[in-house]
Ligand binder design. Structure first.
Ligand code: SF4
Ligand code: FES
Length: 239
């Protein structure tokens, strides 16, 4: 398969960026999208050019490191799935594909397709231990813990809201006894930090749920709102 690519190139946040045209040829349909970018980079290096910077690590949809907007969609057209799980067979032979970084005000530009998403990364789950967890709570915690912290929800949201990510983190820990001691403080702090970092508000567009590679349900946002309201109430009572 052959493809025309329009890729966002930007030296760093101080320079203006632009879409630059490239071509890749003889790409197997079973090549992953990131492998296709690797092939392009090898071609660029051979020609003495500068490779395109992009993030990846596990390339198995687990770590949340990859983050590309492909043809205007966070993680590309194959939902649910991270862009490292996207294959070239999803595109038409000869298609022009536009590749841009996640565009969120709270994710500052680093270089080309790399943005700083540290504001959307979170620590790992507490270690399993001997505290018994009711099955219903364990199921909710497992569902919410699937969030890989990729930031696609914020990139897809017209308001640049990171509510789905925050909702997954807060719901995960609020469902487990291990998360109990800091439950209220966590809900208040996460919302405060989202506001400080410049993420927008949720207006129920559901774009986040549509692109989430971990299939996090937007219903968790209602849970976050409940956790936040309850934490605020207790704070006012001085508890
Ligand atoms: S909620 Fe989904 S889209 Fe948002 S950071 Fe987590 S895995 Fe990524
Ligand atoms: S590189 Fe780890 S999820 Fe894509």
């Amino acid at each position: 398969m052959n493809f025309k690519l329009k890729i966002w190139r930007q030296r760093n946040a101080k320079f203006r960026g632009k879409l630059v045209n490239y071509e890749v040829r003889d790409i197997s349909p079973d090549t992953s999208f990131l492998e296709m970018l690797d092939i392009l980079n090898e071609d660029l290096l051979r020609a003495g050019g500068e490779p395109v910077a992009f993030d990846s690590d596990c390339r198995e949809g687990i770590c949340g490191t990859c983050a590309l907007t492909v043809n205007g969609e966070a993680h590309g057209p194959d939902h649910p799935g991270a862009v490292c799980e996207l294959y070239m067979r999803k595109f038409r032979d000869g298609e022009t594909i536009t590749v841009e970084p996640f565009r969120v005000g709270a994710f500052p530009m680093v270089k080309d397709l790399v943005v700083d998403r540290t504001s959307a990364r979170a620590g790992s789950a507490p270690e399993a231990n001997s505290i018994l967890v009711p099955k219903h709570n364990a199921d909710i915690a497992m569902e919410a813990a699937a969030c890989i912290g990729c930031g696609a929800c914020a990139a897809a949201c017209p308001n640049g809201s990171a509510m789905l990510f925050a909702a997954a983190k807060v719901s995960h820990l609020a469902s487990l006894p291990q998360g109990g001691p800091e439950r209220e403080r966590r809900a208040l702090k996460m919302v405060q930090v989202m506001d400080e970092q410049g993420f927008g508000n949720c207006t129920n567009t559901y774009e986040c749920e549509a692109v989430c590679p971990a299939k996090i349900s937007a219903s968790f946002i209602a849970k976050l709102n409940r956790e936040y309201a309850s934490a605020q109430f207790r704070q006012r009572l001085g508890e």
